[in-house]
Design a binder for this molecule. Structure first.
Ligand code: NAD
Ligand code: UDP
Ligand code: UDP
Length: 331
């Protein structure tokens, strides 16, 4: 068995194993689970552009082949249809673990990928979530906050699954010496986002394009902080290449109520879009905003794309996917 440093060719001269971004070094073999999904496919684009060999492992549960099709035929790219709940044997240097069935099987998939990292001495990055903070009693949320999650609530399967995934990740780190990284991702949007998974940004954008009313749940005064996908991918790569385990909040501190978000969507797509109020789901977090001080200081990272700049960048993609080549939705 080799350690991650040994595999990377670092001796004692570089005990941190840090590979500065942009530095010339031999291409890495990187597996991205969930790489055919929204965030994963953008990450794959960056890794491929950097000259690494990328293996995407995806069962296409929510991901789509179209998201990575432009890499087909490139010898550095490989796509494996595989459910991470089943064991997987590969030889790789880094594992970005994004695959996440929103069910307890999330835990099994994470365990398998940690087992793989342990066997081959790869560095493992878990994409956890701001949902580990539950309905937070601290605002904004710092990484040191332990969260406020209802273990038997309607949302708890996802929240507790990710919390357990974090626990397993730290146990493999402490117990088996696996090099790990943990990102806590806040609400992220951008091109290739699932159109119909019910998230608020995709709902509002699709609704405005289809000339349907924007469905605001509850009184619309609850807040979220929305991050553009390219900012997230930059943060994930800095975290993977850096020397800190984390957890790190990766999110945009710009905080919006759902009514404010609806206004930005109106400004961007259709000023005449109507708003319709609907009952909210149970245990919906009242507010959420990342404290990104730790990521700023230790990763030198902060988001660059504001909501007003980022939203138009996803609208053209949604228009294309909803209307095909027709221009039914206007310009
Ligand atoms: P996504 O659904 O687009 O991507 C997940 C991918 O994993 C999909 O391609 C899906 O087919 C694949 N997948 C699911 N179960 C699998 C399994 N058992 N085996 C193999 N592949 C499987 O979601 P995303 O928004 O790109 O999220 C990526 C990661 O980031 C997830 O772990 C998610 O929990 C985390 N995250 C995302 C956000 C966000 O706002 N997008 C926020 C917090 C955390
Ligand atoms: N595993 C895997 N690929 C590997 C090594 C392990 O999928 O290359 C899976 C393995 O099947 C097990 C899990 O990862 O279910 C945890 O592996 P580990 O070796 O840590 O635990 P053990 O098998 O000793 O219980
Ligand atoms: N929401 C909404 N209208 C929708 C979908 C969601 O008002 O059509 C609200 C939802 O109640 C929540 C917020 O938007 O308060 C964010 O929901 P999402 O599912 O996008 O993210 P999460 O709750 O996981 O942060």
């Amino acid at each position: 068995k080799f350690s991650y440093q040994q595999r990377m060719g670092f001796g004692s001269g570089n005990p941190t194993g840090k590979i500065p971004l942009g530095l010339k070094r031999k291409g890495l073999r990187i597996v991205v689970t969930g790489g055919a999904g929204f965030v994963g496919s953008h990450l794959v684009d960056r890794l491929m552009a950097r000259g690494d060999s990328v293996i995407v492992v995806d069962n296409f549960f929510t991901g789509r082949k179209e998201n990575v099709m432009h890499h087909f035929g490139n010898p550095n790219f490989e796509l494996i249809r595989h459910d991470v709940v089943e064991p997987l044997l590969l030889e790789v240097d880094q594992i970005y673990h994004l695959a996440c069935p929103a069910s307890p099987t999330n835990v099994v998939g994470t365990l398998n990928m940690l087992g793989l990292a342990k066997r081959v001495g790869a560095r493992f990055l878990l994409t956890s979530t701001s949902e580990v903070y539950g309905d937070p009693l601290q605002h904004p949320q710092k990484e040191t906050y332990w969260g406020n999650v209802n273990p038997i609530g309607v949302r708890s399967c996802y929240d507790e699954g990710k919390r357990t995934a974090e626990t397993l990740t730290m146990d493999y780190h402490r117990g088996a010496g696996v090099e790990v990284r943990i990102a806590r991702i806040f609400n992220t949007y951008g091109p290739r986002m699932c159109i119909d998974d019910g998230r608020v940004v995709s709902n509002f954008v699709a609704q405005a394009l289809r000339k349907e009313p924007l469905t605001v749940y509850g009184d619309g005064k609850q807040t979220r902080s929305f991050q553009y996908v390219s900012d997230l991918v930059e943060g994930l790569m800095r975290l993977m290449e850096g020397e800190h385990v984390g957890p790190f909040n990766l999110g945009n501190p710009g905080e919006f109520t759902m009514l404010e978000l609806a206004e930005v969507v109106q400004e961007t797509i259709d000023p005449n879009a109507k708003i319709e109020f609907r009952a909210n789901t149970e245990d919906d977090p009242h507010k959420r905003k990342p404290d990104i001080g730790r990521a700023k200081e230790l990763l030198g990272w902060e988001p660059k794309v504001s909501l007003r700049k980022g939203l138009p960048l996803m609208v053209s993609d949604f228009r294309q996917r909803i209307f095909g080549d027709h221009k039914e939705g206007g310009t």
